[in-house]
Design a binder for this molecule. Structure first.
Ligand SMILES: *[C@@H]1O[C@H](CO)[C@@H](O)[C@H](O)[C@H]1NC(C)=O
Ligand SMILES: *[C@@H]1O[C@H](CO)[C@@H](O)[C@H](O)[C@H]1NC(C)=O
Ligand SMILES: *[C@@H]1O[C@H](CO)[C@@H](O)[C@H](O)[C@H]1NC(C)=O
Ligand SMILES: [Zn+2]
Length: 481
């Protein structure tokens, strides 16, 4: 009996000990798996200095509080809602306030005409000599010292005059502002939102093709990005011809020189600003001859103003435009001379011309990929992008507003970050949806998309990436870092 009891006792002890050993083992394996994922995620290998570590501790506490609060109350989780429902609340977040002040390096995916918001553009309509052709369906703008000769179903009228005779200036201005934004109460279908988006682009462009206005617009755009702690910008631009009051049209190269002059002036005023470079764009709906002409123009800029030149890209709604393969002969001809920065895979489709644009972008040697939203569906390409260091320009807010993703937790950026793909964050067209130049995109990506464990190292690596994967030369990169 005694032996039996003793044996039983030993047995229990052994079981307890081995159970605790097993538990300890399990815990260790579990932690090392999680740790391995953390180390391999974007920024995971960065070492913080002691000051950064202090900031990181504060930042982590604030971020965890925000994320945990949402985890407990998913109905209050803002980032699964339409951006416009929470946009104006963002500035209350402490995490946001830190991110706002953070040096963000460069914004590498920004469209030149869409950097400033509706309030700013409305102010521009207060300038003299602005004529409008304005009906329920038409809204055309042109600066001129005489009545424009272009067709108009009603009568070209000075906008200041229309405003003066309107019964309600506030309502009049609100109606004008509507044309400069794609703000909407509800999330809209992707084609409808793109239609509104392209309309807004058209109206905004017509307002800022007047040379003096463009000069002001560019300077003020740089200022706004600079205030967001963005020190360098790669602007995508169609580089259309600017005009003067008397109707004189400048050649397209004039715009490049204007960009150069204004940037120079800006750098005199703000010497720590690094500068801008241009990515020349053409609409995807164009024919191959127009693409060839634009590539020739790109070659000319590269020859005449090399310090302003980054490369070439195609723009417009990708699902509706022509795929890259349609322009293959022209693109192959230019491939050795011109760097490509293709928008591609900006789609929810899989196995279509749009996501397969990713294949062509990689084969054509694209230096970076604009959006690359569909990349997770192409693991072979994803491996190539990683190996070759082809940066993915992620614009979370743009994808949300333009109806690719409604709950940003599902954005593929989460996977890109976990895999440490070469990612840069940008903002695409922040003016059209009234976002901050880059801080909103950083904040939403950091709190809404990235892991709860992602910390200051993630943010720092993203800023570093924006210099590393830019079109700056090695000297400029070193100075910028
Ligand atoms: C989310 O939005 C609500 C208002 O809709 C706001 O009170 C709250 O502060 C927001 N939360 C965050 C983290 O921005
Ligand atoms: C528009 O102009 C008004 C009056 O000059 C000014 O107070 C306001 O800050 C301007 N708004 C923007 C967005 O520039
Ligand atoms: C740029 O500046 C130069 C030198 O001041 C001037 O000659 C030229 O006209 C300017 N060009 C544009 C497009 O502003
Ligand atoms: Zn874009």
């Amino acid at each position: 009996m005694r032996t039996l009891i003793r044996n039983f006792f030993i047995c229990v002890v052994v079981t307890i000990i081995s159970a605790s050993v097993i538990l300890e083992d399990y815990e260790r394996n579990r932690n090392s798996l999680l740790e391995e994922e953390n180390v391999h995620a974007l920024g995971g290998k960065l070492q913080l200095d002691s000051e950064e570590a202090i900031l990181n501790k504060i930042l982590k506490q604030l971020k965890e509080a925000e994320v945990d609060e949402s985890f407990k109350n998913p109905n209050r989780f803002n980032f699964s809602k339409h951006y416009f429902t929470y946009r104006d609340e963002i500035s209350n977040s402490k995490v946001y306030q830190i991110i706002k002040r953070m040096p963000k390096g460069g914004a590498l995916h920004v469209h030149g005409t869409l950097m400033l918001g509706a309030d700013y553009l409305l102010n521009l309509t207060y300038q003299d000599h602005l004529y409008t052709c304005y009906t329920d369906d038409v809204f055309e703008l042109q600066f001129s010292d005489a009545i424009p000769q272009r067709h108009c179903p009603v009568k070209w009228t000075l906008l200041t005059e229309l405003r003066r005779v309107s019964d309600d200036v506030k309502a009049f201005d609100a109606a004008i502002k509507q044309h400069f934004t794609i703000y909407s109460e509800a999330q809209e279908d992707i084609d409808i939102i793109w239609e509104r988006f392209e309309k807004a682009c058209y109206v905004i462009k017509s307002l800022i093709l007047y040379r003096p206005v463009r000069e002001k617009f560019l300077y003020d755009s740089l200022k706004r990005f600079y205030n967001d702690n963005v020190m360098y910008i790669e602007l995508r631009s169609g580089l259309h011809s600017l005009y003067e009051l008397d109707g004189t049209q400048h050649e397209r190269m004039y715009m490049v020189k204007l960009y150069q002059n204004i940037t120079k002036k800006f750098k005199q005023d703000y010497p720590d600003f690094i500068g801008i470079k241009l990515i020349v764009t053409k609409h995807r709906g164009s024919d191959i001859e127009q693409i060839r002409q634009t590539l020739d123009f790109a070659r000319q800029i590269k020859r005449e103003v090399p310090e302003m030149f980054a490369g070439f890209d195609l723009v417009g709604q990708e699902d509706k435009g022509k795929p890259l393969v349609d322009f293959l002969p022209a693109l192959l001809e230019a491939k050795e001379e011109i760097n490509f920065y293709f928008h591609c895979g900006e789609t929810n489709w899989f196995g279509m011309a749009t996501d397969e644009n990713l294949v062509d972008a990689v084969l054509l040697g694209s230096k970076r990929i604009g959006h690359g939203y569909a990349l997770t569906k192409h693991p072979t390409l994803m491996a190539t992008v990683y190996k070759k260091g082809i940066a993915v320009e992620v614009n979370v807010l743009s994808n949300a507003v333009l109806s690719l993703v409604h709950d940003v937790r599902n954005h593929p950026l989460a996977v890109f970050l976990a895999l440490d793909l070469p990612v840069v964050l940008s903002s695409d067209d922040p003016g059209v949806w009234g976002a901050e130049p880059l801080a909103h995109d950083f904040y939403i990506s950091f709190v809404g998309v990235a892991s709860k464990h992602a910390d200051l190292r993630t943010l720092k690596q993203l800023a570093l990436n924006s210099i590393k994967y830019s079109a700056l030369d090695n000297n400029e990169k070193e100075r910028s870092l």
